[in-house]
Design a protein around this ligand. Structure first.
Ligand SMILES: [Zn+2]
Length: 401
């Protein structure tokens, strides 16, 4: 048995070792800081230490006029799960001004088939874990997190308040709300809040079998809201709860969720930074690699009274707007024998919709199913040329807005 003297000696030895370890670690941190410093002004300077040089290159290449403007925008992400967490990460890396994160859930090991969260975060609230990771990635972004369920009465009121006052400059509304939730009730709550506030938002979703998804831009009064044209499952009057049977969980794939988060943030960047065409609706069918697009008018008989009010206001605004003659530049129709050998395949036409496989529910006029699988022959080479329709005609047929 060791004497007290011997033990004291051993303690001293261990203490010295600990000091050495600490010194070594702090020297390492000095050489490679764990956290990067905030950056006051986005620079286009091409140096290895500039986290924004590749983004600012979008200006030089003529894609975006004013990339720095991204720092002035605030986006609220509701639901920080498979799609929401990746969405928040992309926006953080792009240098968004402020992110508001809403989620009531905790990180679980059962989420590890998805991206973003890590096993050591299990048990933490999703918003807390996300904020920690995101702040490390980009300390220039402001974060505001709310660990609650937006569908309860009290939280809903607070949620509405933060959407209308939680902008980068306190008191101003957020610029965009993104719905990345996984249930109908939460979507309806976001829809209700945005209709009431006239807040533009984007909806996203991944199917329970993990092989399809969609994104949708909703401008209250101008495009169909979530209550005007709910997704297929609701349109067909199927109770959502019957789909989720006890012990049977929904499937999820990091790939599908990554694709949906990617097309969602792409649409957000195009909308905020004003480049390219912003999609009203973009579907993704992973089984066929089919990406349908469309736009939907609001339903004048929508159940949401704020939606009907926004529709009236939009109509009034449109009527008051002076008619400006739109000068359209002639665009060359791309033919299938172009230099890249790329064929243009027509997207959903009414005929195809009729011929589509799978049950099509009886929908009110103006509302269609989220997306359908094209029939075999349509998928096999139904090119723009063969249909004898111009690209413009096809687009007009699809949009009908
Ligand atoms: Zn509506």
């Amino acid at each position: 048995m060791a004497t007290v003297e011997e033990l004291k000696l051993r303690v001293r030895e261990l203490e010295n070792e600990l000091i050495k370890c600490k010194q070594k670690q702090s020297a390492m941190e000095d050489a490679h800081p764990l956290y990067r410093q905030k950056i006051d002004k986005m620079s286009a300077e091409v140096v290895d230490s500039n986290p924004y040089s590749r983004l600012m290159a979008l200006k030089r290449m003529g894609i975006v006029d004013d990339y720095e403007k991204i720092r002035t925008y605030t986006v609220a992400v509701v639901g920080v799960g498979g799609v929401g967490s990746v969405t928040a990460e992309m926006l953080t890396r792009c240098g968004i001004g402020k992110l508001l994160l809403f989620d009531y859930d905790k990180v679980e090991l059962a989420n590890m088939n998805r991206l973003f969260f890590q096993p050591h975060q299990a048990g933490l609230s999703k918003v807390e874990a996300a904020e920690h990771t995101l702040r490390n990635i980009n300390p220039d972004v402001s974060f505001e997190t709310h660990n609650y369920n937006i569908t309860t009465m009290e939280n809903f009121t607070h949620f509405m308040d933060r959407i209308s006052h939680g902008g980068l400059e306190e008191g101003k509304p957020v610029d965009l709300v993104l719905s990345c939730v996984d249930n109908f009730e939460a979507r309806m709550a976001i829809n209700q809040a945005c209709n009431e506030l006239g807040q533009i938002w984007m909806e996203s979703g991944v199917s329970e079998n993990a092989v399809s998804g969609h994104i949708q831009l909703i401008i209250p009064g101008e495009t169909a809201c979530f209550a005007c044209a709910p997704p297929l499952v609701v349109a067909a009057n199927i109770d959502e709860k019957t789909l989720k049977r006890e012990g049977v969980c929904a499937a999820s794939l990091p790939t599908t969720m990554g694709v949906v988060a990617g097309i969602l943030v792409q649409n957000v960047l195009k909308y905020l930074l004003k480049f390219g065409t912003v999609s009203y609706y973009l579907g993704y069918n992973a089984m066929q690699d089919f990406f349908p697009t469309m736009a939907m008018k609001p339903n004048p008989q929508c159940n949401d009274r704020h939606c009907r009010r926004q529709q009236e206001e939009y109509k009034k605004k449109e009527a008051e707007r002076p008619t400006v003659e739109v000068v359209q530049e002639e665009e060359d129709v791309v033919h299938e024998d172009n230099e890249w050998g790329i064929e243009l395949v027509s997207e959903v036409t009414d005929a195809e919709l009729q011929a589509a496989s799978g049950p099509v529910p009886d929908l009110p006029e103006g509302i269609t199913v989220a997306f359908t699988i094209p029939s075999e022959e349509a998928a096999d080479g139904d090119t723009v040329e063969e249909t004898e329709q111009s690209l413009e005609e096809l687009m007009a047929q699809m949009k009908k807005l």
